[in-house]
Write a protein that binds this ligand. Structure first.
Ligand SMILES: O=C(O)CCC(=O)C(=O)O
Length: 289
């Protein structure tokens, strides 16, 4: 028999309890191929744009149009350097309609609603992450997401990390330390070996909690709190580990506009104010009524 749900939203009481205790939750098969299609198309379009640029500047002889989604970007950069890759950014935050479609997904919002209620703001910090084999910036050091917005008065911020291919130990799945979400924001530094200045923690700050590796199938979502310690390992496969990390918070929190424009993704009280695709493309946080 299905367990009782707390209020609105799709999570069961057992899932909510687990989230409260561990600071994270894995939702296998949250999204179907069909629900991921628009975002995947957006990623594919961006890869084609990169291939065009690399080709036009004489850096690659072939745009590799026929390669499948998990392979093409990896093969495009196979003979190039980290710096060549980083020209396009370690992760992407383009305003392509497919990403709005993903961020507005009812399946995601239903899960988030269980955690923070029905007034949901989609935080401006989202990352489309192509973790390309051999690129140092693919491996993300131990950190708390909050280190990216230390001064923001926003709590809770929920990260929804979604795999667009199977994430494995080999291609660098997410690792985290359950139960560390109750920690304060730890003192962090900027690492200097990936060329991107990730926020990072020293080994001695990680405490004694066990590390859990989370290999997951494509379409799985991992929800976690912005104080939870997490990292990901290098990609040692020959394919790209594609993922997207999105963030949501209650509407009465700091919208963090220094990071860009977020948007009102769901409102049970004022549904007419929920941002449309057009609003989002114009960087409006809600629909004018
Ligand atoms: O996807 C990864 O490898 C790291 C993700 C991450 O650190 C995050 O979403 O905060």
């Amino acid at each position: 028999m299905e367990e009782r749900k707390r209020t609105g939203g799709s999570l069961t009481q057992a899932q909510l309890d687990r989230y409260d205790k561990e600071g994270y939750l894995v939702l296998p098969d949250l999204l179907s191929e069909e629900e991921m299609a628009a975002a995947r198309e957006a990623m594919t379009a961006k890869v084609s744009m990169i291939a065009d640029e690399l080709h036009a500047s004489g850096m690659i002889p072939d745009k590799l149009d026929d390669r499948p989604f998990p392979k093409r970007l990896a093969e495009l950069f196979r003979g190039l350097t980290d710096q060549d890759f980083l020209r396009f950014g370690r992760s992407w935050r383009d305003r392509i309609p497919g990403y709005f479609h993903l961020m507005s997904s009812p399946r995601i919002l239903d899960a988030v609603e269980s955690l923070i209620g029905g007034e949901i703001f989609c935080n401006p910090v989202y990352n489309v992450r192509p973790k390309v084999p051999g690129v140092a910036a693919g491996a993300v050091p131990w950190h708390q997401d909050k280190s990216y917005w230390p001064d923001a008065n926003a709590n809770p911020v929920i990260t929804v990390w979604i795999s667009f291919v199977d994430a494995t130990l080999e291609n660098g799945c997410l690792h985290l330390k359950p139960g560390t979400h109750r920690k304060r924001l730890l003192e962090w530094h900027r690492e200097s070996h990936t060329g991107t200045g990730y926020t990072a923690l020293e080994d001695h700050q990680l405490g004694s909690r066990e590390t859990v590796a989370l290999p997951v199938k494509a379409g799985t979502a991992i929800l976690f709190n912005d104080r939870l310690l997490h990292m990901s390992t290098p990609n040692r496969s020959d394919e790209v580990r594609w993922s997207v990390d999105l963030r949501y918070q209650p509407t009465d929190q700091d919208p963090m506009s220094a990071h860009g424009a977020g948007f009102l993704a769901r409102s049970r009280l004022y549904p007419e104010r929920v941002a449309t695709l057009q609003d989002w493309l114009l960087e409006k946080t809600e629909h004018a009524v």
